[in-house]
Design a protein around this ligand. Sequence first.
Ligand SMILES: Cc1cc2nc3c(=O)[nH]c(=O)nc-3n(C[C@H](O)[C@H](O)[C@H](O)COP(=O)(O)OP(=O)(O)OC[C@H]3O[C@@H](n4cnc5c(N)ncnc54)[C@H](O)[C@@H]3O)c2cc1C
Length: 377
Amino acid sequence: MKDNQHYSVIIVGGGPAGLATALTLAARGIPYALVEAQATPVQKPGEAIPPNARPLLRQLGLEKLMLAKEHHQYYGNKSCWGSEMLVQEEFMKMLHQHGYLLDRKHFEAQLRALAKRGEGTFYEAYRCRRLSRKGDGFVVTINNGETTQTLSADYLVDATGRKASLCRHLGIATNELDQQFALTLQMQLSTPVAQQIYIEATKKGWWYAAPMGKQSLSLMFFTLKELLPPKLSQVDFLKTQLNASPLMTELTKAAAFDQAAIKLMPAGTSRLDQPYGHRWLAVGDAAYAYDPISSYGITSGLASGYYGAHALAATIHGDQEALSVYHYLMENAFQAYLQKLHVHYGQEKRWTAEPYWQNRLDRKNRESRVAQEEQTK
Ligand SMILES: Cc1cc2nc3c(=O)[nH]c(=O)nc-3n(C[C@H](O)[C@H](O)[C@H](O)COP(=O)(O)OP(=O)(O)OC[C@H]3O[C@@H](n4cnc5c(N)ncnc54)[C@H](O)[C@@H]3O)c2cc1C
């Protein structure tokens, strides 16, 4: 890999969004470089791809990757939300019949392998350290701990995830619409559980559990940052939440929590002030990050990479409107998501005086006010 290489497009970030962008640019014959900080994929939270995302997987030519033994099909949701009653949703009666529970590391390794087959250049284990505008394009400095290289490009794609590092550097603000955080862990089970997703609301937030194969469970508790205990009390906090949750207690059968395995991460809704500008665009979580209750993050990452790359290819071929059409599509999807999110949280009325659920209501009122103000501008 030579220094001072020039590309049509540089994509920074090799998660689902950056990799979908790379695969689509390759299909459109646009020369690109993809820069990803991690040498090999790392474990990321979130594994559910809902059934209605299957047409997108097929459109991207990715559904065949789901046949790998590391991934699993899932057939429904079991939830306790809004009342003590358990609600079972079966996908088999629906159009797309099942979703997928991904092994995220393996999925990203599969996407990387596909991207490496294309014509683009993959700077794996290189972190983007500096970014500046030069003429009508960009200069990017990347480093892998030993070597520093300078690359230039006519167009730039920010696929760096929630941090939206490149956009921040370009002075584009991220609006954090929510201070929700997740405590996540993997748990070994003594008996297999049915292949479905389990959701349960509690006074302080909500649980999510997804089986990963026969005897492993991906478990997450979502709450507000201000309600989180200090690190050393996380196990006690989770046990208390579990004891207040009959569905999760039944599922986990008092399996042990391992403090070292617990990870804390932001998991609220956020969006950039603008997801594109002169010769750049943002895709995936960098542009719009979704509350995991929607199971929409990976799908949106793949979709925004796909549609964003097509818009970029059209722009490169002289279409002046393509990026604003991309913005319109993404923004409409985001507004539809916000509506559904409010309806969903609004169904839980048992603890409306509790800070977590009060915060859901306040958010809804705040966002409706902002939307009304924007309409009257
Ligand atoms: C707790 C939790 C649960 C979730 N559950 C689900 C779920 O069930 N279903 C679902 O669909 N979604 C879920 N999500 C969301 C989903 O994980 C994300 O939406 C998805 O990973 C976004 O993909 P991305 O490519 O935009 O970003 P990421 O996957 O974050 O990828 C960004 C990449 O950029 C690289 N990078 C960052 N900075 C640099 C730099 N300076 N230089 C080079 N590389 C850089 C990183 O190494 C990383 O690989 C969940 C999220 C959380 C937090």
